[in-house]
Design a protein around this ligand. Structure first.
Ligand code: IPE
Ligand code: IPE
Ligand code: MG
Length: 234
């Protein structure tokens, strides 16, 4: 864990700024969300070309349920549209789709296509696209604690950090090395509170629908110049 890696294996992205992107163009917020969903495919392609192995994208938070009903409904309908549009590309390029979050909160029409797409791509190994949906960092830790309490085979005695990590949503995925937030806000907004504890942070003013291969490369270059000390003296 202490050696310097110039390259992030796992990149996490808070895909923010769809609304501001739309507003700047005089479009409704939904147009920003549509452009944002389409942009995921472009960034996956760029990440694969750059050698990144996995990408976790924050698509809908546990707090986003508080948005106007019409916006939430539009976002929920983007899930099957995205899955159907991406399936061919994912099969051709060896991309495995996963999700983290409270999938049971999603409407049935969205959950079904999501789970079918996850199943269809489960043996793909070239790249992992992990989409955080109805995801909250505190919800994840709370769900882990409840899973531990309900597990008859849980480790006995005091739990270690590694024990706790086994009950998170994607325990087999390594922690993100780099966390990118688009659109300028300097906060985590309840994203991956456990997993990001030692990630390198990168914030760009670029709104998510405009975040392209060159923007990703800038973030990767910034990462390459970081000195990850993990609390040690080097
Ligand atoms: C991110 O864009 C997408 C979601 C949170 C679903 P926003 O919708 O938050 O866009 P801004 O922040 O209002 O510009
Ligand atoms: C974070 O963006 C959630 C996602 C990108 C899905 P928000 O736009 O919801 O976050 P806040 O409201 O600025 O904290
Ligand atoms: Mg936002």
């Amino acid at each position: 864990m202490s050696e310097k890696k110039a390259f992030p294996e796992h990149v996490a992205i808070i895909m923010d700024g769809n609304g501001r992107w739309a507003k700047r163009r005089g479009f409704p917020r939904s147009a920003g969300h549509l452009a944002g969903a389409k942009n995921i495919s472009r960034v996956v392609e760029a990440a694969m070309k750059a050698g990144v192995k996995m990408l976790t994208v924050y698509a809908f938070s546990t707090e986003n349920w508080k948005r106007p009903e019409a916006e939430v409904t539009f976002l929920m309908h983007l899930i099957p549209r995205f899955c159907n549009r991406m399936l061919k590309k994912m099969m051709e390029n060896g991309i495995r789709l996963r999700t983290i979050g409270r999938a049971n909160d999603l409407p049935e029409f969205a959950r079904k296509v999501l789970l079918d797409t996850i199943e269809a791509t489960k043996n793909n190994t070239a790249f992992t696209l992990n989409v955080a949906l109805s995801y909250g960092g505190r919800a994840e830790i709370t769900d882990a604690v409840n899973a531990i309490l309900n597990d008859p085979n849980r480790p006995q005695g005091a739990l270690t950090e590694a024990d706790v990590a086994k009950y998170l949503y994607a325990p087999d995925m390594p922690d993100p090395d780099l966390m990118i937030r688009t659109s300028g806000e300097l906060r985590l907004s309840n994203f991956m509170l456990w997993e990001l504890s030692y990630a390198e942070l990168y914030v760009t003013q670029t709104h998510w629908p405009d975040f392209d291969a060159a923007a990703l490369q800038e973030a990767l270059d910034a990462y390459a110049g970081r000195n990850r000390r993990f609390g040690e003296v080097k």
